[in-house]
Design a protein around this ligand. Structure first.
Ligand code: AMP
Length: 403
């Protein structure tokens, strides 16, 4: 075994949670994974799985006041497995940062100037960037000597041309408030589009791929020769596809109407569109398993929610086919995309004219492996490609510190 620093800790800090993975980039394996939830509450909970030792999953419940307490608890768990943060084997910590604006197009070594810039972007990512910053500051305090790398959700989309990134609104107003389409889930779109090219035995530069990241949040992207040319999320993750709790595309005038006619405040409208809309708003459930079960029982609200979800997906498939001109592959990923065969079948139904189809038997196979589900000889390859944002963050982090 090498004693070189070959390990990367990946941290994904949310407002009340921290997800983490420790990976060895040379041995090519995960050493530990875990999650702290409900930080700041009495009922905080840490779930740690020590993959390296093959030990049992450990669960700790009890109050953790803040991210500092949570990360110290994570560090103690890792130390108990001989994987402490003080280990010389640790090469870097890679942080997921949601919003990198236009400035951060690549993974970036974090220093005070970078922290200040992430802070400056808080007005365009009020829910996410503050939590990401807290995680970074806490981790830096624990290991001030260690390189800490920010990997941005928006970075992959910074290659979008201006005609895709700009809204058609007054330019001075847009520029004054940095209003444009940034896109999100970029780490997943980058990973899945490259993995799809590999599945086809091609270099990413040779293929055009439409990636459908369908999780609780959902987004589509059009990737031409490895570069993102359009994506469905915009200034915020609200734009685009129908999601678990978000509306996706609506006429912006709906918001004025809600204000003027329904008397709702900006915060109430924000909450309605982000938390009480999408599948949950349409039928009361945001879990696709539950929606399918209800449809099987003849539930009309669930059936309509499903149809609206699929209709929006088809519109984006058509739009991105036109944007790309030639599509080599469509890749389904994330919780719904990887697991919900009926969603994949319904999204592809009737798209033979675009060269897209799924083979029913292939679509029904359940597997963790990237796989093709289109019939042999289909003009467009349709694939299921499980996403792995933590691996992508770890790889980008390790590549930067070993460059
Ligand atoms: P994610 O945000 O990628 O973790 O995806 C979470 C969503 O995936 C859940 O809300 C479910 O709607 C969906 N999901 C997870 N497992 C399944 C499954 N076996 N069948 C259908 N949908 C699933």
């Amino acid at each position: 075994m090498t004693a070189e620093p070959t390990r990367v800790l990946v941290l994904n800090s949310g407002s009340s949670s921290v997800k983490y993975q420790l990976l060895d980039m040379v041995e090519n394996r995960r050493l530990a994974v875990g999650l702290v939830e409900r930080i700041g509450e009495e009922t905080s909970r840490l779930v740690h799985t020590p993959l390296a030792t093959g030990g049992e999953r450990r669960v700790h419940e009890g109050p953790m006041a803040d991210h500092d307490a949570a990360l110290k608890a994570v560090a103690a768990e890792l130390a108990a497995d001989g994987l402490g943060l003080d280990s010389p084997r640790l090469a870097a910590i890679g942080h997921r940062v949601v919003h990198g604006g236009l400035r951060f197009t690549e993974p970036t070594v974090i220093d005070e100037a970078v922290l200040a810039e992430i802070e400056r972007l808080v007005p365009v990512a009020p829910l996410h960037n503050p939590a990401n910053l807290t995680g970074i500051r806490t981790a830096r305090a624990l290991r001030p000597d260690l390189p800490q790398i920010a990997v941005f959700d928006t970075a992959f989309h910074t290659t979008m041309p201006e005609h895709a990134a700009r809204y058609a609104i007054d330019v001075a107003t847009a520029d004054a408030h940095r209003i444009r389409r940034y896109g999100f889930h970029g780490t997943s779109h980058a990973y899945v589009s490259r993995r799809t090219a590999r599945l086809l035995g091609k270099d990413p530069s040779e293929v055009n791929v439409i990636v459908l990241h369908l999780g609780n949040g959902a987004s589509a992207s059009a990737v031409a020769g490895g570069r993102c040319v359009d994506t469905s999320m915009g200034l915020t993750p609200l734009e685009g596809l129908v999601m678990g709790t978000r509306s996706g595309d609506i006429d912006p005038a709906v918001t004025f109407h809600l204000k003027r006619v329904a008397g709702m405040s900006a915060d109430e409208i924000d909450e309605l569109l982000n938390k009480k809309s999408g599948l949950v708003g349409l039928c009361g459930d945001n879990d696709m398993r539950e929606i399918r079960r209800r449809i099987d029982e003849g539930d009309e609200a669930a059936a309509l929610a499903f149809d609206i979800y699929i209709h929006r997906l088809k519109k984006y498939l058509g739009a991105y086919t036109a944007v790309l001109g030639r599509v080599d592959a469509v890749a389904f990923t994330a919780g719904v995309g990887e697991n919900a065969a009926p969603v994949r079948a319904a999204a592809m139904a009737g798209l033979e004219g675009l060269g897209m189809a799924v083979d029913a038997d292939r679509n029904a196979v359940r597997s963790d492996a990237p796989r093709l589900i289109s019939p042999d000889g289909s003009p467009v390859a349709v694939a299921v490609v499980p996403t792995d944002e933590e691996l992508e963050i770890a790889q980008q982090t390790y590549a930067l510190v070993t460059a």
